[in-house]
Design a protein around this ligand. Structure first.
Ligand code: ADP
Ligand code: MG
Length: 698
């Protein structure tokens, strides 16, 4: 049996108790799993400082010497401070503890040779280390000490005495027992071409690097490998798909498109819109099925691109559909598209949960008969027994969760899969897009239609509400409308809802002269739509809402977005909400109201929002601040995100190289059958078998 698949129970010092914790907390079951439990940081312990070398701005350092004596200081009736005077023969420092006196006296002895590790600070004219790590010098095998690895440990682990140090010892014991070289999992030609260290070296060094360079090389190799297999999996899938399904060839643009373009369109397309339409046009006549992700900031005019895409399908004798995440949005698209197509003889129908009974049957019948050319609906169109006669293009709006599995459902709707255009205003940084949508091509609209005034973003504290209300009143008197958004966080939905209800009541008192709508997730969708509709039509001036208004809704007359408790929102959410205003010609405002005390991270979020309207900058910042696992939608995307070592936010370059190598392999062996690459395919299968998330794409 492969030593790496041995149960960790059989590792010295583990046993059934610790095994359980490691299983539950880390998913670590085998030696191999533990080997892939990588340190999250390292501290250089290769050097021992003399006490007289210490400086006040040093990070963690270690010194070696003996305790001369202990001393105690009363801090209060029940608290004392224990100080050990510690010397290396040439200088003296104080080791300080504010608790645990008994343990200290029991463990540390005067005159014993110790290595002390900590951050030196100056106190009373002398260096001190508070709560330092102390080890007997004889136990440390100094010659072997290089970079010390630090492992993430959970509360449960700590309770069972599995500290980072304990993990370190387990890994060390294990590595000593693995005498044979750990098998290579990348082909030689890649290892050589990319100057990677072997898997054996990498796995040993990642836990025990002698120096920073060794650590770097080990981590680079492991990151590469991880991203390489992610990309190989995606690209294999995409290639497989391409071979199985042809794409409809739309050889012409068609009359509908031309008539729309020359007669109905009242404005110039932006340069970016033109470019994207060309890209889409090229996809659709290539014979390959289009799988394109269209990213464009809110208000950049994606709907129009979608419409023109659909018209190309119509021009070639096919039908098209566009799906939105909510009924309100679907209705809006329906209205917009009808308006755009006025005077053209194209039947457009709406299909949402609201369309019922006989009416629904009519739409469905006309759809299968091919009379309905464009179907507008919610994502429920996917689930419903909705049959097209010849579906040529499907557009999915505002849905970055639209992963592979959902797309697959669409393919079942025709003889060939329709061309697919996924649109999102949540800009996904390139490296992330490559991973979530690795098999998608990406188009970007990076230009807003002319004449838009950038939204002005202002930060206010909740102590400044009076002046805020005055500003709102002034805007409404100018004929504008205002959104006021309350946070809604699932854990405490009830109290949040109360928050919103109370806020609504208070606003009714503050603004008796205005009409106010209220929308939240707990309302029935019919009720919600009715309230929303009142705001859209201008009957109400203020819309009090939770984040249900986040995506897509278009009320050009609304010029103020007030976000209460902004500190509780993520960056991309704030940006999405802000995108609801700034759609008309007037100057718009986004007011971020926060509590007075803010964490450093929250301050950063608010600052970025006030500084820029650029969705891509915001998305990058978001990814850096939160990490990809948190990005809305990535969890459900159907692609592995439990990366063990690579970091999508930071390892973009490695990802690009990994993808390049993976692409070469797929090009050389598109059917994944060549014996030359057998090892790669075997490894990929192994990874898919052990990784739940990976299975979703297979
Ligand atoms: P989003 O990309 O957020 O979906 P929309 O498609 O809703 O943006 O477009 C926002 C507004 O801009 C719409 O009212 C649309 O008619 C308008 N618009 C789109 N393209 C142009 C353009 N090239 N010139 C002027 N206005 C445009
Ligand atoms: Mg839109």
């Amino acid at each position: 049996m492969n030593i790496l698949s041995q149960d960790i129970m059989y590792l010295p010092g583990v046993g059934p108790n610790k095994k359980d914790v490691l299983n539950k907390e880390l998913g670590v079951r085998t030696w191999g799993d533990l080997l892939e439990y990588y340190p999250y940081k390292y501290v250089d312990r290769s050097r021992i400082y003399a006490i007289h070398e210490l400086q006040s701005d040093m990070p963690f350092v270690q010194i070696r010497g003996k305790i001369l004596s202990f001393e105690e200081f009363e801090m209060s009736a029940r608290k004392k401070r224990v100080v050990a005077h510690f010397s290396d023969g040439r200088g003296v420092v104080d080791l300080v503890w504010f608790s645990g006196a008994q343990y200290i006296y029991k463990t540390y002895k005067v005159g014993e040779d110790y290595i002390v590790f900590g951050r030196p600070t100056v106190y009373g004219g002398r260096f001190q280390f508070s709560h330092p790590e102390i080890e007997r010098a004889s136990e440390l095998q100094l010659s072997e000490m290089g970079m010390q690895p630090y492992y993430i440990t959970t509360e449960q682990m700590k309770k069972r005495n599995i500290s980072s140090r304990a993990v370190e010892k387990m890994v060390k014991a294990m590595l000593q027992k693995i005498a044979e070289p750990i098998p290579e999992t990348l082909p030689d030609f890649i290892v050589n071409a990319r100057h990677l260290v072997s898997r054996d070296t990498a796995l040993r060094c990642v836990h025990y690097p002698k120096n920073a360079i060794e650590m770097q090389k080990a981590r680079e190799r492991l990151k590469f490998e991880e991203l390489f297999y992610v990309q190989l999996n995606i690209l294999r899938y995409a290639s497989d798909h391409r071979r199985k399904y042809r794409g409809y060839v739309f050889s012409q643009v068609g009359d509908d498109f031309h008539r729309f373009y020359s007669e109905n369109l009242r404005f110039e397309l932006t340069g970016a819109q033109k470019r994207v339409v060309h890209e889409i046009r090229d996809d659709m006549r290539s014979g390959r099925q289009m799988n394109r992700l269209l990213q464009g900031d809110v208000g950049s005019g994606k709907t129009l691109v979608a419409l023109m895409t659909m018209l190309i399908a119509l021009g070639n004798g096919y039908q098209a559909c566009i799906m939105a995440p909510t009924e309100i949005l679907a209705e809006q698209h329906f209205a917009t598209i009808q308006e755009f197509l006025r005077g053209l003889d194209i039947r457009v129908e709406l299909l949402t949960g609201q369309v019922k009974g006989k009416r629904r049957q009519e739409v469905l019948d006309a759809l299968i008969a091919g009379e309905v050319k464009i179907l507008v609906g919610t994502h429920a169109v996917l689930e419903d027994p909705v049959r097209f006669q010849r579906l040529g293009v499907a557009v999915i709006d505002e849905q970055h969760r639209f992963g592979v599995a959902q797309r697959a459902r669409l393919w079942a709707k025709g003889e060939n899969p329709p061309h697919i255009l996924v649109m999102t205003a949540t800009p996904i940084p390139r490296t992330l897009a490559m991973t979530i949508y690795g098999d998608l091509d990406v188009s970007i609209i990076d230009e807003l239609p002319p004449g838009r005034k950038p939204v002005q973003t202002i930060h206010k504290y909740d102590s400044q509400m009076t002046s805020l209300y005055a500003g709102i009143r002034q805007q409404i008197r100018l004929g504008r409308q205002v959104y006021i958004v309350y946070p809604l966080i699932t854990e405490s939905e009830k109290s949040d809802l109360k928050n919103l209800e109370e806020g609504y009541a208070a606003l009714c008192d503050i603004f008796p002269e205005f009409k106010i709508s209220k929308v939240h997730g707990k309302m029935k969708s019919k009720e919600k739509d009715a309230e929303m509709q009142k705001f859209v039509s201008g009957e109400t001036q203020i819309l009090v809402a939770t984040t249900v208004i986040e995506v897509g809704v278009n009320v050009p007359n609304a010029s103020v977005m007030v976000i209460l408790d902004s500190q509780r929102f993520g960056l991309s959410q704030l940006h999405q909400l802000r995108g609801r205003v700034g759609r008309g010609a007037d100057q718009s405002y986004c007011i971020l109201v926060t509590t007075y005390k803010l964490s450093a991270e929250t301050s950063k979020r608010i600052d970025i929002m006030c500084e820029t309207n650029d969705g891509f900058r915001i998305a990058e910042a978001d990814l850096k601040l939160r990490g990809p696992g948190d990005l809305e939608g990535t969890q459900q995307s159907g692609i592995a995100f439990d990366l063990k070592i690579a970091d999508i936010a930071r390892d973009g370059q490695i990802m690009a190289i990994a993808r390049e190598e993976a692409q070469k392999i797929i090009d050389a062996d598109p059917t994944c059958t060549s014996p030359e690459y057998a090892m790669l395919w075997r490894r990929l299968r192994e990874l898919r078998d052990t990784n739940v998330n990976w299975a979703a794409i297979s």
